[in-house]
Design a protein around this ligand. Structure first.
Ligand code: BG6
Length: 434
């Protein structure tokens, strides 16, 4: 038995909890590619199950692959051959992390391989954005509030932005990152999943298959990405990492426009933007409404209505509105209706995304996991562009670390209809203001 030192994420955990938790862990050592390793793993698990004598119900085996994806096929085969539960009424499930392949063909190859060994109901493709509190809230916000029903369409919405920014680079993982780039790392999975939840139709019910059916329909309605609606960038200094090739074209930044060809969203650009080494760290959804027809207050220049879902940090949902500036004059100003979680839910601990998702795998709830057909369409959308980038047919533009990314990206957003509000900054309320 080997005790592990508290890992990332456990630092804040109560010492007493950690000391209760660690003795429950058993470490079995073995290479990925040897049968003996998996046989001894099975032996250990079986001995544990026997010692419990079915007191906790039939055997339930969950294999979480914290592994390089290149070894998934082999490890799956080994688990399938040696480690499946033998108990009646029990289950065996596997949890796999992205990257699920490198492009459409490699992803399909991996899916075919896994599909021969496990049923779809046993495979949990994890995308941790689906475990974030405010991502999970999207379904409720959209479908449990009358307010949004008539507004959520191309008649009222000008554009939707889904933004991910980090204020640090690829430190320490340049070699890994360089093989994938920001599109495979963030857009093809995290941001696309969020887009589905923003854009999908109301599911028949909350059953995981009904929800995932609607997400797939959105993905299938996305038109091919146009080269002129993509800006990719690479921050200066990225190639100084000795594990990154000197001529790397791998993007650390991307802005692109996705267009959903259906009755609700025709003409509304969905602007996805993600970048490393930028001016701030945040992830948010920004739904920008069209201008008010007949601007009697001449307030158009002050900015548009926006509905913002701040996924992190400082989780919040706020609505940017034009209001009368308090005072004697009939002047307008921008303000907001603000539901800031830290202020509104002070005693509530928001669970980590992984905490929730691992619990879902134990409960057998696949609602927040990516289905095979979803994954396939997600790759279909991005593969042509990714191949062009891999072949340097689309070039990464340089940008300064700590900036907003290449200027061309802001110009693209503006060109497709996003109107940036100048002079308005949302400041998360502090607790002392309560
Ligand atoms: C991971 C990416 O999936 O998400 C990382 O591989 C990224 O590059 C991370 O830093 C961001 O996760 P979060 O939850 O901090 O937004």
């Amino acid at each position: 038995m080997r005790y592990l030192t508290p890992c990332k994420g456990c630092e804040d955990t109560h010492e007493e909890d950690v000391s209760k938790f660690l003795p429950l862990i058993k470490y079995v050592c073995g290479p990925y590619d040897s049968e003996e390793g998996f046989q001894s793993l099975d032996k250990e698990i079986s001995a544990y199950e026997k010692s419990k004598d079915n007191t906790g119900g039939p055997s339930r085996r969950l294999f979480y692959f914290a592994l390089p994806p290149s070894v998934y096929p082999h490890v799956c085969k080994m688990i399938n051959s040696f480690c499946m539960t033998k108990s009646e009424g029990g289950w065996t499930r596997i949890v796999v992390e992205k990257p699920f392949g490198h492009d459409l063909n490699s992803a399909e190859e991996l899916s075919n391989h896994l599909g021969k060994l496990f049923n779809e109901s046993q495979i949990y493709r994890i995308d941790h954005y689906l475990g974030k509190e405010l991502v999970q809230n999207l379904l409720v916000l959209r479908f449990a509030n009358r307010l949004f029903l008539p507004l959520w369409n191309h008649d009222n919405i000008s554009n939707v932005q889904i933004v991910f920014k980090e204020d640090f680079g690829t430190e320490g993982r340049g070699g890994y990152f360089d093989q994938y780039g920001i599109i495979r790392d963030i857009l093809q999975n995290h941001l696309l999943q969020v887009l589905c939840l923003v854009a999908m139709e109301k599911p028949v019910s909350l059953k995981p298959e009904h929800i995932r059916d609607e997400k797939v329909k959105v993905l299938q309605s996305i038109l091919p990405i146009k080269d002129e609606e993509v800006v990719i960038g690479q921050y200066e200094g990225y190639r100084d990492d000795p594990t990154v090739p000197n001529d790397s074209n791998t993007p650390t930044f991307a802005t692109m426009v996705l267009r959903i060809h259906n009755e609700r969203w025709e003409g509304v650009p969905f602007i996805l933007k993600a970048g490393k080494s930028m001016n701030s760290k945040k992830a948010e959804i920004r739904v920008q409404f069209k201008d008010v027809p007949g601007d009697i207050f001449k307030c158009k220049s002050k900015g548009r209505n926006e509905f913002v879902i701040r996924l992190q940090p400082s989780e919040a949902i706020y609505m940017k509105l034009t209001v009368k500036e308090p005072g004697l004059e009939m002047k307008t100003t921008q303000s907001e209706l603000d539901l800031s979680y830290r202020q509104r839910y002070q005693d509530v601990i928001i669970p980590e995304a992984y905490e929730r998702l691992i619990l879902d795998t134990i409960r057998g709830d696949q609602q927040h996991f990516v289905r095979r057909d979803e994954l396939k369409v997600a790759w279909e959308i991005f593969t042509p562009l990714l191949h062009k980038i891999d072949n340097s047919e689309v070039k990464s533009l340089p940008y300064k670390p700590g900036s907003r990314g290449p200027e061309e990206a802001d110009k693209l957003a503006e060109k497709v209809g996003y109107v940036q509000t100048h002079g308005y900054v949302w400041i998360p309320p502090t607790l002392s203001a309560v």
